[in-house]
Design a protein around this ligand. Structure first.
Ligand SMILES: Nc1ncnc2c1ncn2[C@@H]1O[C@H](COP(=O)(O)OP(=O)(O)OP(=O)(O)O)[C@@H](O)[C@H]1O
Ligand SMILES: [Mg+2]
Length: 386
């Protein structure tokens, strides 16, 4: 059984391949891969247990579907801007901005630092960078420290970036606005930068807010390699971030990505996403903690040794471990449903699941190291290089 994270990772791969094909003007195959990616994101979104993840994936699916359709229309008509004519719905530019609900999801996060296994040094870094500037505003002001530069969380998939962003908002009692990143560029390409503006305008209306751009790579690619509309999106993002004064706005910008090397370097200058926080794969202790978190509320037999399981799951992500626990629980549940006597989840159940499941993040490291080397930014993304 595939987890939502695994499907999303596959979808990302297809989307990337589709982009390469599109660049090579191989539009027919590009379109097919965009459709495949959209389908996988859609499936991922259906089984995602997390609402934010599910929304992001659904939006990405929609974005890629639109992309595939626009390729179809450019293929048939002339090769133009890549915008499907039916998507425009008239010439009025105002019509093309999306509504607030299309762009953001405002929620009160239900995840705290206690729900995140390990990552203790990251939590401390987040406290300093995000929580104290909110909770000790006067002290920061007194010492003339400008708080609240944007923060970019980066690292392998399924290791807690989205969780960490939510937990940060909850720990400092801020509203959490997660931006449906893909909606920004999905429907009416011309209005993308307006959408960015609207996100910031909405955020400024709240008292104390963390704005979270998940999967920011989908809107903030290097401008030298981007199409016109994508350049305008990045420019608008830069302009808006330059205009954020946390002291007055009580606004903090967070973003996350698995592909930090694709982000336009201008977004990393002071005042923007100047702080990069690496969210690594879980170490031995963190894996034990994640197992414990996922065993809470489930009947676990005495022969289950969390430390041993942690030792057996080197290079597995937090999402992998969470899926392992779920699948292990499915075994006695299935037996009971078929009429067996309900029993606890035993060591053999975990072992059986582990035997059929490979760690998901090794391939990410291979690609990440290659890409970071290629971009010559080993010192910037030292977390990845190890
Ligand atoms: N440190 C952790 N502690 C507890 N659970 C974790 C941890 N890391 C990951 N998980 C589990 O994995 C799931 C995915 O985590 P999360 O969404 O934060 O990963 P991510 O880094 O944002 O991944 P992606 O890059 O794919 O978006 C969580 O819902 C949780 O079940
Ligand atoms: Mg995430």
């Amino acid at each position: 059984m595939s987890s939502s994270t695994t499907l999303a990772a596959q979808a990302r791969g297809y989307a990337k391949a589709a982009r390469t094909l599109e660049d090579d003007n191989n539009l027919k195959n590009a379109r097919e891969l965009y459709l495949k990616a959209a389908k996988l994101y859609n499936e991922a979104s259906k089984i995602a247990s997390d609402k934010t993840d599910s929304n992001t994936q659904r939006d990405l699916a929609e974005h890629l579907l639109n992309k595939a359709q626009s390729l179809k229309s450019t293929g048939v008509q002339q090769s133009g801007s890549g915008v499907s004519s039916e998507g425009r719905g008239g010439s009025d530019t105002d019509e093309s901005s999306l509504s607030k609900d299309d762009l953001i999801l405002k929620e009160i996060p239900n995840i705290g630092f206690d729900d995140i296994g390990g990552l203790e040094s990251v939590k401390e870094e987040i406290r300093k960078a995000i929580i104290y500037p909110f909770t000790h505003k006067d002290l920061y002001k007194m010492y003339g420290q400008k708080a609240g530069e944007g923060i970019l969380l980066y690292g392998p998939p399924g290791c807690g970036k989205t969780m960490m962003a939510k937990a940060a908002a909850r720990e400092c009692g801020a509203d959490f606005i997660s931006v449906k990143t893909s909606s920004i560029v999905s429907k009416w390409v011309g209005a993308s930068e307006k959408n960015i503006k609207q996100v910031f305008e909405t955020a400024r209306q709240s008292e104390k807010t963390i704005v979270f751009f998940d999967e920011i790579d989908s809107i903030a690619g290097r401008r030298s390699e981007s199409e016109d509309y994508a350049k305008r999106v990045v420019n608008e993002l830069l302009a808006q971030m330059d205009g954020v004064d946390t002291a007055d706005d009580e606004l903090l910008i967070l973003a996350a990505t698995n592909e930090p090397w694709t982000i336009d370097p201008a977004l990393r200058r002071p005042g923007r996403f100047s702080k990069l926080v690496y969210i690594p794969e879980p170490d031995l202790d963190a894996r034990a903690a994640i197992f414990k978190i996922n065993m809470k509320g489930r009947p676990i037999a005495a022969d289950v040794d969390v430390n041993r399981l942690a030792g057996m799951t080197d290079s597995y992500s937090g999402a992998d471990i969470s899926a392992i626990c779920k699948e292990a629980a499915d075994i006695p549940l299935g037996e009971a449903l078929r009429g067996g006597t309900p029993r606890k989840i035993e060591d053999r159940d975990f072992i059986k699941v582990l035997e059929g499941r490979k760690p998901s993040i090794l391939s990410w490291y291979v690609e990440a190291r290659r890409e970071v080397k290629k971009s010559g930014e080993e010192a910037v993304f030292d977390g990845i290089m190890g």
